[in-house]
Design a protein around this ligand. Structure first.
Ligand code: PBG
Length: 376
């Protein structure tokens, strides 16, 4: 972007540029061309950004991002053996579903116009290789079939493709003789799990295990079995985050230790570009950044460069923090929720996985997305 210097521009004072690369009018910068701060007289300020904020109608007209139910995906937990949904202590408002209540909530999500649901299974029994994940009668595979039927094509049914809920040690993969997560042996299990999920009818498999090569192996397995129409959502940039804490309770995780040998280091931004590039190259249909709020820089980078849609996961800890602060009366719940999800969209996510998806869709229906009806 080149800008022709104005004849009166102060030569040593580079002209400020807007984010789009256009020169900022002097009046908006609060300085004159000679660098003197002006006194704020009306004549000097032809550009008054506040003009566009003066009424709810103007603010609505010029808002750059808005929320829509189709861009929201609701994560759901289905627990084996339940007859009634049961609340989760660390995630107020979120439940373990029974198969029956899962059908009902998927129906509700479809009626609300949500983009999709992401299913997690909580099995009654776990073992070293996570056989429950590949058993056609395993809880997640049964839940996929239930959800697909309830959705009746109105929303996308996604399933978590990872072993951590099914292994007795709680890791996302199988372990080698030394107890380390064995990348390539895990890929064999993921391929089998993808087939089980595809046979159950999953529209999208969500690879969340952060094994190297997982997208390619799963894509090949699906294609070889004739499931060329099943999409792969790759948790491409998934960080080893403390914000998964409440989720681990939700899936009754048995994990001892952490996932730092496979999930990304929270310090790394550039590396996300590599992870995304690999996953796209291996055939990912959608890539994801996770968590969302502490990684908006990563999300913005990925959104700017990814050739495929970008999802972001507002994880359990993000949810729990806002719920906890709101319960204390420390923040105003609805505006805080909306601001959090809006910020994730603004950073560049095409769709957002959030435990508030249904509630937000309800607010959007009633046009309660802004609590601000004043002209002050
Ligand atoms: C792994 C998985 C996790 C989450 C989604 N998929 C947990 C982990 O990596 O430990 C976290 C989601 C959340 O915190 O809301 N299957």
């Amino acid at each position: 972007m080149t800008s022709t210097p104005r004849p009166d521009a102060f030569p040593t004072d580079p002209a400020p540029l807007t984010p789009a690369g256009r020169p900022v009018p002097a009046a908006a910068t609060g300085t004159t061309h000679t660098g003197t701060v002006h006194t704020g007289t009306a004549r000097a300020m032809r550009t008054r950004p506040r003009r566009r904020r003066a009424t709810p109608a103007l603010r609505r007209l010029v808002s750059e991002v808005r929320l829509h139910p189709a861009e929201l995906v609701l994560p759901l937990f289905v627990k084996e053996g339940l007859t009634e949904p049961t609340p989760l202590r660390s995630m107020p408002g979120v439940v373990h579903h029974s198969r029956e209540s899962l059908r009902a909530v998927v129906e509700e999500a479809a009626a609300a116009g949500l983009g999709g649901v992401m299913l997690f299974g909580v099995p009654a029994h776990r073992d070293a290789t996570g056989t429950g994940a590949t058993d056609p009668d395993g809880i997640l595979n049964l839940a996929i079939a239930d959800a697909v039927e309830a959705a009746a094509g109105r929303l996308v049914v996604m399933a978590d493709l990872c072993l951590d809920e099914f292994t007795d040690h709680g890791h996302c993969g199988v372990l080698d003789a030394r107890g380390a997560v064995d990348n390539d042996a895990t890929l064999v299990r993921y391929a089998a799990m993808a087939l089980a999920q595809a046979r159950a009818g999953a529209h999208v498999v969500g690879l969340s295990g952060m094994m190297d090569g997982q997208v390619g192996v799963v894509r090949d397995a699906l294609d070889d079995a004739g499931f060329t129409g099943v999409s792969v959502l790759a948790y491409a940039a998934k960080y080893a985050s403390a914000f998964y804490g409440p989720f681990r309770e939700a899936v009754e995780s048995t994990l001892v230790g952490d996932r730092r040998t496979y999930q990304m280091d929270p310090a790394n931004r550039r590396e996300a570009g590599l992870e995304v590039a690999i996953d796209v190259e291996e055939g990912a249909d959608i890539v994801m950044v996770k968590p969302a709020m502490s990684y908006l820089d990563v999300l913005a980078d990925v959104a700017a460069t990814s050739p495929v849609p970008v999802a972001a996961y507002q994880v359990s800890g993000e949810y729990a923090m806002i719920e906890a602060a709101a319960a204390q009366g420390w923040i105003d719940r609805r505006p805080a929720i909306l601001e959090s999800v809006l910020s994730i969209r603004r950073a560049g996510a095409d769709h957002v996985l959030t435990y508030w998806a249904l509630e937000i869709a309800g607010w959007l229906r009633e046009d309660l997305t802004t609590s601000d009806r004043t002209n002050r």
